[in-house]
Design a protein around this ligand. Structure first.
Ligand SMILES: Nc1nc2c(ncn2[C@@H]2O[C@H](COP(=O)(O)OP(=O)(O)OP(=O)(O)O)[C@@H](O)[C@H]2O)c(=O)[nH]1
Ligand SMILES: [Mg+2]
Length: 443
């Protein structure tokens, strides 16, 4: 075996002086805290949801590099504006965190700047909320210039309103801005600096978007339909991507292994070729800053003729994962793109559990890891795309909704305006034709 050539190993991004926040070197011990609003006690659906969400927070904290040393779940009738859970519970949490030797307390609920500050003081340790953990994971995972820009923008947008009296927080912003309890003047100049950085990042991201749009235009010229993998984080999208395209994209049991979209050609059984794209996973309560920052990446999905919604069929929280992904697709305006539900990790289910999975024409069971069901999946993709047709359609300029439909569900090959009428040449699913009106010429 050849010796490893260390000289050529790439330096890790952290060593390359990444500005991103939160790439800790020592393993932190985290104590997790869940909170449920309401008066009732006992095991209610809200309680089970909170337990499941806390389990997920554990996976998130571990993916961020922490070791989870304990957790607690609290119910109070109302959120406390100063500490979320109220001072009595804060004392309990402090004691439990102390006993577990935690250096960090993570709340499974977003905290206001005031709550964050008060809790950090009262608990005498660093306090993070769910959003910060997710931001931290994204910061660790970002590899491409685009990914880094997007994460840094999301981080700054999150931190900007939280500036003020939090010395520890400021110092985590790298560059050593501010020390403990900076004066108002200092804070104001920090804010100005951050806002200026946010503007610079936003314009750099605009540049990236423009570049991506160019790439997409180029791909459109190739007239290859795009099939995009979407799904909850850890569902197995990258594993499926690799299995189908024989690529070697990073897969990992850690959450959010993939941040940068990757596109590869995939030859189908009919010998037609599509572009398959792998992208960032979803999660429930994905922080809005991240969705906004990752819009450039997620725009890739706009192009898709077909989505493969990959679901971890073995996950106990499968249904809520599915609902979270659906909700996020809707909010991204992607609700109308056709999708196949790919029930992955079938190898982990017994026959009875497999039989209980939905079996509609748009449901397929696969095991990306074992390679089971992939041929059937490829055939289904073929069938679904085969029903596409190229049309020439003239629309009165006012028919913006129909134009939007063509863009959403089809692939526009050409668009021009002649005598006030819009002319589109596009590849669309056949079933859409009646909705586009009469002046459609099919090829
Ligand atoms: N048993 C089993 N494990 C699988 C299968 N597919 C994926 N996995 C495992 O599930 C974990 C997550 O897989 P990934 O492909 O990284 O998941 P992803 O959806 O790309 O995740 P993110 O990029 O983090 O959103 C890895 O540990 C995979 O080995 C499968 O069919 N069976
Ligand atoms: Mg992935």
């Amino acid at each position: 075996m050849l010796p490893r050539r260390r000289r050529h190993q790439r330096p890790r991004p952290a060593q390359r002086g990444a500005k991103l926040i939160g790439t800790h070197n020592t393993q932190e011990k985290a104590f997790l805290v869940g909170w449920i609003p309401g008066r009732f006690r006992g095991v209610l659906p809200s309680h089970q949801d909170a337990e499941a969400s806390l389990d997920e927070l554990r996976a998130l904290a571990e993916s961020a590099g922490a070791r989870v040393v304990g957790s607690s779940l609290h119910r109070t009738p109302e959120p406390d504006s100063a500490t979320l859970v109220g001072s009595g519970k804060v004392r309990e949490i402090r004691k439990a965190a102390q006993t577990a030797c935690a250096s960090l307390v993570v709340f499974d609920h977003d905290l206001t700047p005031t709550q964050l500050r008060n809790l950090e003081q009262a608990l005498e340790r660093k306090v993070l909320d769910r959003t910060q953990i997710i931001l931290d994971i994204f910061a660790r995972r970002a590899r491409s210039r685009e990914g880094k820009l997007q994460v840094e923008l999301a981080q700054l947008n999150y931190f900007l309103p939280r500036l003020g009296g939090r010395g520890a927080l400021l110092s985590r912003l790298g560059g050593g801005i501010g020390t403990r309890g900076p004066g108002e003047q200092k804070l104001e100049s920090d804010r100005r600096r951050l806002r200026a950085r946010i503007r610079r990042l936003a314009s750099a991201i605009e540049g990236v978007r423009a570049q991506r749009a160019l790439h997409r235009a180029h791909r459109r010229e190739l007239e290859l339909p795009t099939v995009a993998l979407v799904g909850y984080t850890n569902a197995g999208k990258s594993t499926l991507f690799n299995a189908l395209t024989r690529a070697e994209v990073l897969t990992s049991s850690r959450l959010f292994a993939t941040l940068d979209p990757t596109v590869r050609r995939l030859a189908l059984p009919s010998h037609s070729v599509v572009l398959l794209s792998d992208t960032v996973g979803f999660i429930r309560s994905l922080p809005p800053h991240l969705i906004a920052a990752f819009r450039a990446t997620l725009e890739e999905l706009d192009e898709a003729s077909l989505l493969l919604h990959v679901i971890d069929a073995s996950a106990t929280e499968r249904d809520s994962h599915l609902a979270a992904v659906e909700a996020q697709l809707q909010s991204l305006g992607l609700g109308e793109i056709r999708r196949v539900q790919v029930w992955n990790k079938a190898d982990l289910l017994d026959d009875a559990a497999r039989a209980r999975l939905p079996r509609g024409p748009l449901d397929l069971q696969v095991s990306a890891r074992m390679g089971d069901g992939l041929a059937a999946l490829e055939t289904r993709i073929d069938e679904l795309l085969e029903n596409m047709t190229i049309i020439d359609v003239d629309l009165p300029d006012a028919a913006n909704d129909r134009r939007a439909l063509v863009y959403r569900l089809g692939k526009v090959l050409e668009e021009k305006t002649v005598d006030g009428r819009l002319h589109l040449r596009a590849q669309v699913p056949k079933w859409l034709l009646p909705r586009l009106g009469t002046s459609v010429n099919m090829e």
